[in-house]
Design a protein around this ligand. Structure first.
Ligand SMILES: Cc1cc2nc3c(=O)[nH]c(=O)nc-3n(C[C@H](O)[C@H](O)[C@H](O)COP(=O)(O)O)c2cc1C
Length: 193
């Protein structure tokens, strides 16, 4: 895996992770900075990636949504135990287009579409019953018909400016390759483990 392009290298590693049959190879830890300057993290699912960046979907009014609105600098970490590999990404979260979000929302299971409308993600919930009643209410509104995307549910593309590949080595002599974006391409640096 000696690519000079970190996105192509990421694709190889990611494909290898998928090929292991592991659960949720697309799970990644997303770190954001809250409006008060404090960090927060949570897992999200990578839904697409290419030269432009790494895409995930969420509720725009969730804690992470609010954080990104006030500070779009984010970091991602992938860990694939089966491969003994880790990837870090640092970048800027940019909203995906409405058309892109609509297209992805349309592929989601109906239950997930209803959930996207019903969940005021990250805000206090009185009881689980209140959530289930809300799902039922929204289902009643759309009986049989297509469910449009909620205006507060969309995606972000993390446009990377640094991507680091970590591979476990014997005696903790791990292999670390850092790619940093420079004019017209990427600069690669090896790091001590
Ligand atoms: C494996 C895994 C994948 C997840 N994927 C997503 C996701 O793609 N989008 C999302 O909004 N929440 C996802 N969640 C839930 C988040 O981790 C988190 O609980 C939720 O988004 C609220 O986060 P916030 O309060 O920091 O905004 C996932 C959780 C796990 C454990």
């Amino acid at each position: 895996m000696s690519e000079r392009n970190p996105i192509e290298l990421f694709r190889k590693v990611y494909d290898a992770a998928v090929a292991t049959g592991m659960r949720d190879p697309n799970a990644m830890c997303l770190a954001t900075i809250d409006p008060d300057g404090g960090p927060s993290t949570r897992m999200v699912l990578l839904k697409e990636f290419d030269e432009r960046g790494f895409v995930f979907y969420t509720n725009l009014e969730s804690r992470k949504g609010v954080a990104i609105r006030s500070n779009p600098n984010v970091a991602l970490t992938f860990y694939w135990r089966e491969l003994q590999r880790q990837v870090h990404v640092r970048g800027v979260a940019q909203p995906v287009s409405d058309a892109e979000a609509d297209a992805y929302f349309a592929t989601r299971p109906r239950g997930s579409q209803l959930g996207a409308w019903a969940s005021l993600q990250s805000r206090p919930l009185k009881s689980r019953m209140a959530l289930l009643l809300e799902v039922a209410r929204i289902e009643g509104r759309h009986l049989g018909g297509a469910i449009p995307r909620s205006p507060v549910w969309s995606g972000f593309r993390v446009v990377p400016h640094a991507i680091e590949f970590w591979k476990a080595g014997a005696f903790r002599l791990h292999d670390r390759r850092l790619f940093e974006r420079i004019e017209g391409g990427w600069r690669e640096t090896r790091l001590y483990p």
